[in-house]
Design a protein. Structure first.
Length: 279
């Protein structure tokens, strides 16, 4: 598995992503499932746009998601030093470095902008950390992903009761913990809050963890610095930490470059009473 994935990611990022963009222009993207889901989400979140503009954003988002998938394969098969060469700018890095230096614990919440593994790889070069993640269904791929995340200093746990316990243990021991804020949680682990123009079932774990432990909370997002390079943006959480303020913070980050966001994820698949699943 490792050899196969390495072969898939053997090209440097620049020519690989150039080939992906050429290939994407040659195929009927609007026939892809990820395009259809992206368009549903974009119609909900950007209802002020015309249909033509919504379709153009969905298409660009799919292309960037394909590039991000390659960035993930590349990150999983390269060293932290190699990954860092493609990160050309870091905004508000002091939010990370100051909190690491204080050694009092830190919660980092990420959104699915570009490659999560690029972010994890880079963070592992700054500090050891503990992270929650959703295991991959393919057992061979799951073993590969978990192994490569952990060999770079990120201890990962599945997002379940046992994993949450490990997360609390880590933050209470003043460790750095990382988790996503934009994934639909299991029943009983979230509440409905506005996300763009619609109520979305949103995880309560992050804000509950921050409020209970009184540890600092910051957000991280990855964006294009150019067609081939990446920038990392950190953002401080609002002083009032609720799922509403968390979603609002995510919106602000997504709006920096909407096409960088993973709109192909079914964010509204657990609608509140009175609404139907839009997918």
């Amino acid at each position: 598995m490792q050899a196969i994935l390495y072969l898939f990611s053997i090209l440097p990022l620049k020519p690989a992503k150039a080939l992906i963009r050429v290939f994407a222009r040659l195929i009927p993207i609007n026939k892809l499932r990820m395009f259809r889901v992206s368009l549903v989400n974009i119609k909900i979140c950007f209802n002020e746009l015309s249909l033509k503009e919504q379709e153009a954003l969905a298409k660009e988002s799919v292309i960037e998601s394909l590039c991000s998938a390659y960035e993930t394969l590349y990150a999983l098969s390269r060293s932290t030093k190699a990954i860092s060469k493609n990160i050309k700018r870091i905004d508000n890095k002091f939010l990370l470095s100051t909190n690491i230096k204080s050694d009092q614990g830190l919660i980092i919440s990420g959104i699915h902008n570009r490659s999560v593994d690029t972010a994890l790889q880079w963070i592992s070069g700054q500090t050891p950390a503990v992270s929650l993640y959703k295991p991959v269904k393919n057992k061979a791929l799951e073993s590969y992903v978990k192994k490569h995340r952990e060999q770079n200093g990120i201890k990962v746990y599945a997002t379940n009761f046992s994993g949450v316990k490990e997360l609390y243990k880590a933050i209470n021991n003043n460790k750095v913990v990382i988790m996503a804020s934009d994934q639909v949680p299991a029943n009983g682990m979230g509440e409905y809050a506005n996300f763009f123009n619609r109520e979305a079932y949103t995880t309560t774990l992050i804000t509950t963890l921050a409020n209970k432990t009184k540890k600092p909370l910051i957000y991280i997002g990855l964006f294009k610095a150019s067609k081939d390079n990446i920038k990392i943006v950190f953002k401080k959480a609002p002083s009032i930490k609720t799922v509403e303020t968390m979603n609002s913070t995510m919106e602000d980050m997504i709006m920096k470059c909407p096409s960088d966001y993973s709109w192909e994820y079914k964010r509204f698949k657990k609608p509140p009473t009175g609404l139907v699943d839009p997918y």
